[in-house]
Design a protein around this ligand. Structure first.
Ligand SMILES: [Zn+2]
Length: 440
């Protein structure tokens, strides 16, 4: 007798990521938010009787995308200041705007807007670093996606916290309140080597070891920060972090644009992970990271969007295409970072970096049903020789039709199920009215 389950999905193709490649004529069996099986369609029909059967013959089903680096609430600063070098952009535009505006309400509104954008584009999990992390966590809990919440630490006072001890106390209090939530995880998030002093870094290293929490930090994003570090500390930031005891298999460095061969080996030696954010690096002219060398050395590389103030899209389809093209252009080798490896970087490698690969990152029996259906029926995606190639080189987030988190449908035929769009627009226009005063 057939086993009664919640859902059977019959897509045109499945790219489960584990194993590699695309499967045709397969079905996914889902029950209580868990993937029971990825099996031939005829076998699925015989074995299961589902409450809901979904036929998607023109679609490719992939794991939910993992955005390995973002500042979700900065969606409210999208397009606020563009075409400027990072230092000027940050110090003369973004930081003053943040000082005048950030609050729990700003972060909640901006995070909700970002979650809507990310879900609609197939992102089911994101790794955040921002002020008032409790407000971002609340936004995530409201709409049912997943996030790792960074407990941000800086030496500089902001409307969120006054000094290192205050940042840490507030971050840890948020973690204490919400660590039982299955859709959330937490990490220490010292902002960057140029905004955090040795004392706070040492304190974070000790606390991280005591409570078993990961550490995430911006790393070697610009050559300017490396020169300043050499002047101030007599060494480059990565060496400083190594000496302070920050590096290890729970460490994620964001960007890693400027690395020597020795530093690439150092990252591999410690088992660190890198969040590659190609659009943000290009837009801020930070430089071009040597992703193929990082991969050759065995460093785990995931993909991130960075915040909407520097990108300006929270769009992993755009990042996947850029990552593939840049790796080839920089290395001079067209074989570098083939399409499948890029999809793996945007899914499983991100999950591995976050320590969530037992739960998400591939469509494997036993994992949570975080899935994305991409519609390949339009003229722009015809013909389909290889859906893996199309996902990276042809498809865009506009082709995302269905998104599930934990087996729950969050995007249904292109429509967000957990958001009131007019409410989101009202929140965005409230803040744009306040922020535009600063621009004049
Ligand atoms: Zn960033």
């Amino acid at each position: 007798m057939a086993q009664r389950i919640d859902t059977l999905i019959f897509p045109g193709w499945v790219v489960p990521v584990e194993p590699a490649g695309a499967l045709a004529d397969h079905a996914l069996a889902i029950h209580q938010g868990v993937i029971l099986g990825v099996l031939p369609a005829t076998e699925a029909r015989a074995r299961y009787s589902a409450q809901e059967i979904l036929s998607l013959p023109n679609h490719v089903l992939i794991p939910g995308l993992v955005n390995l680096h973002t500042h979700a609430a900065m969606s409210l600063l999208r397009g606020f200041a563009d075409d400027l070098p990072l230092k000027d952009w940050l110090q003369s535009h973004i930081w003053p705007a943040e000082r005048a505006n950030i609050s729990s309400r700003f972060v909640k509104d901006g995070s909700l807007l970002a979650c809507a954008e990310m879900l609609k584009g197939g992102i089911t999990c994101f790794n955040d670093m921002y002020f008032f992390p409790q407000a971002t966590a609340e936004a995530v809990l409201e709409n049912g996606m997943r996030a790792n919440i960074g407990m941000i630490v800086m030496d500089l006072p902001t409307p969120y916290a006054s000094d290192g001890a205050d940042y840490l106390a507030k971050g840890l209090a948020c973690r204490d309140r919400l660590r039982g939530e299955p859709s959330l995880s937490f990490s220490f998030a010292p902002h960057a080597p140029y905004t955090v002093g040795d004392e706070n870094f040492r304190h974070i290293a000790t606390l991280a070891e005591q409570i078993g929490a990961p550490i995430h930090c911006h790393l070697h994003e610009t050559s300017d920060e490396i020169e300043k570090s050499e002047g101030r500390y007599g060494m480059r930031p990565l060496e400083r972090l190594a000496r302070l005891g920050l590096l290890g298999p729970d460490f994620i460095g964001f960007h890693a644009v400027h690395l020597t061969a020795f530093e690439i080996d150092t990252l591999a030696h410690y088992g660190c992970h890198i969040a590659h954010c190609p659009a943000s690096n290009l837009k801020l002219a930070s430089g071009l990271p040597r992703v193929s060398q990082l991969l050759d050395a065995g460093v785990n590389v995931g993909i991130g969007t960075d915040g909407a103030a520097s990108n300006n899209r929270l769009d992993l389809f755009a990042e996947m295409r850029l990552a593939a093209l840049l790796a080839k252009g920089i290395s001079g080798k067209a074989t570098v970072l083939p399409a499948f490896d890029v999809i793996k970087a945007a899914t499983l490698c991100g999950a591995i970096a976050l320590g969530l690969d037992e739960k998400i990152g591939s469509l494997k029996p036993g994992k949570r049903a975080d899935m994305v259906a991409v519609d390949l029926s339009g003229p722009e995606t015809q013909p389909v020789f290889d859906p893996v190639s199309h996902l990276v080189y042809v498809a865009s987030r506009e082709n995302v039709s269905h998104v599930w988190v934990d087996g729950q449908l969050k995007v249904d035929n292109g429509k967000l199920t957990a958001f009131d769009i007019s409410d989101l627009k009202a929140r965005a226009s409230y803040w744009s009215a306040k922020l535009s005063i600063l621009q004049s």
